[in-house]
Design a protein around this ligand. Structure first.
Ligand code: SF4
Length: 230
């Protein structure tokens, strides 16, 4: 089951910095349980939304694209979109991505999935290649703790005014520095590409993203509703 993907060798996206990116259609490749599904998703707005629509038509060969990247290259997987197709886990796509990264241990790749609760997706398989880190995207504390126990590197969405560092009982929550510092981009930081990110005492580090985008009020309401319900 292959889905159209835009493959970009070097993006001009300021947030990621110059690196390779892949773009899939949102919400066509997203899980329906994502709280932003057709409800405040940044990937359906502005330039991301335009790329996401173009990705509907794009041809792709993700494996060959990863294998052909320059030595020690960096790649952010699915700036928009996820690992699904028509609300089913795209297992062939996942296998192709993992296998290509296993062939290229020098190419550092990372991505995020809202589909981490699907039984066909496992933290261990998606993170089995040394050069690929796949994060579980969570919203509530309960979700974060469950994902950590399952072995996922975890990121989460938080309210706009959340402090930069919050000591949680099970993890340390750190706000992504690119959200408040102009001189930080992913290619310099690469924190999300560290699958075993921990503080010195062994406490896992969870990266937090304050809600953003033109529909942030809608997104914030969805996240808040989920946090209250959890
Ligand atoms: S924490 Fe670092 S790698 Fe992750 S999104 Fe922010 S800048 Fe990029």
């Amino acid at each position: 089951m292959l889905s159209p993907i835009l493959l970009v060798k070097k993006t001009s996206n300021k947030k990621t910095g110059p690196m390779a990116v892949t773009i899939a259609n949102a919400p066509g490749t997203c899980p329906s349980e994502c709280p932003f599904f057709n409800a405040g998703c940044y990937a359906q707005q502005g330039p991301s939304g335009i790329h996401s629509i173009r990705a509907k038509q794009a041809a792709n060969d993700l494996g060959a694209f990863i294998r052909d990247l320059p030595h020690a290259g960096k790649i952010r997987h699915f700036v928009s979109g996820d690992l699904m197709l028509d609300d089913e886990v795209n297992v062939p796509l996942i296998n192709e991505m993992v296998s290509a990264h296993a062939d290229r241990p020098d190419v550092k790749g990372y991505g995020y999935t809202h589909a981490h609760k699907r039984p066909e997706i496992s933290a261990q398989h998606l993170n089995s290649a040394e050069s690929l880190t796949y994060n579980a995207s969570c919203e509530s504390d309960e979700e974060v703790e469950t994902a950590l126990k399952q072995g996922w590197p975890v990121v989460r969405v938080v309210a706009k005014d959340t402090p930069k560092v919050v000591e949680m009982p099970m993890y340390l929550q750190v706000v992504c520095p690119a959200t408040y510092k102009d001189d930080v981009s992913c290619d310099k930081c690469m924190l999300c590409a560290k699958k075993d990110r921990k503080r010195r005492d062994g406490k896992p580090v969870v990266v937090a993203f304050p809600v953003h985008g033109a529909q942030s009020a809608k997104a914030a309401a969805n996240v808040l509703a989920k946090q209250v319900a959890a």
